[in-house]
Each structure stands twice: as C-alpha cells, then as structure tokens.
Design a protein. Structure first.
Length: 136
C-alpha cells in the first residue's frame, strides 16, 4: 500500500489558490452576492469555507514540515488561519456593503479547528493502515 502524500508544491499551490478565492469573494460588493443570511446560512458558509482552508493549510504544513509533530502543526496552522480570517474580516470594512463580524470570526475558527481535526484524524488512520501493512 502506497502512503502517498501530495508534494509540497502541489499542497502550497492548492492552499494559495483557495486563499485567493476567499480573498476574491470577500472583495465583492455585498450587493452582488446572494442573500444567504436567512437561517444563518452565512455562518454555515464561513464554517465550511474555513474547514476547507484549514485542511489545505494543515496539508501544506505537513508536506513542508513532515517531522514537526501533530501538536506544533495544529497550532501553527491554526495561528495562520486565524490571522488570515481576522485580516479578511477587517478588510471587509472597506468593501462596499460588507461588514466585519465577530460571529463570522467565531465560525471561521470553529470551521478551521474542525478541518484541522479531520486532517489529523485522517493522517492517523493512514499511518495505522501503513503500519498494519508493514506488519504483514
């Protein structure tokens, strides 16, 4: 069984591409976006957006620093994603018809933490499977 990991360059490319997408969508005038505030769907969007972003960030950190360790990787990734999230919300103060929201930041953080935990769990499962194959 091959324990394939994406190359650091591919991981970085997908991370930067997704960060650019977040930056672009956050720069769009609020009048040009669909109204997803009903039923708090905007919070679900923030959660999902940062779940994916943190997963990609964690994968990139793991690709560039494979020996860093899970805990350090977790905290460094979380710091990077939270700083990006804060700067994204702050920047929206100057985008027409957009607002900065503490609740958006909370859902960004919860989504990011979930993405990191999913990545960590997935990697542990992958390592267990690789060790199981090596035993036989």
């Amino acid at each position: 069984m091959k324990n394939a990991r994406p190359s650091p360059i591919k991981s970085l490319f997908s991370f930067v591409l997704y960060a650019s997408l977040i930056f672009y969508v956050s720069s769009v005038d609020g009048r040009n976006l669909p109204d997803i505030n009903k039923f708090h769907m905007d919070k679900a969007a923030h959660f999902a957006e940062y779940l994916i972003f943190a997963f990609l960030a964690m994968r990139t950190m793991d690709a560039f620093f494979p020996g860093m360790g899970v805990l350090k990787n977790f905290f460094f990734t979380l710091i990077i994603v939270v700083i990006f999230s804060c700067s994204d919300e702050w920047r929206q103060l100057v985008v027409p018809n957009r607002t900065c929201s503490f609740f958006d930041l909370m859902f960004d953080f919860i989504g990011a933490s979930t993405g990191i935990l999913i990545f960590t769990y997935r990697e542990e499962e992958r390592e267990e499977a690789a060790n199981e194959v090596r035993r036989y």
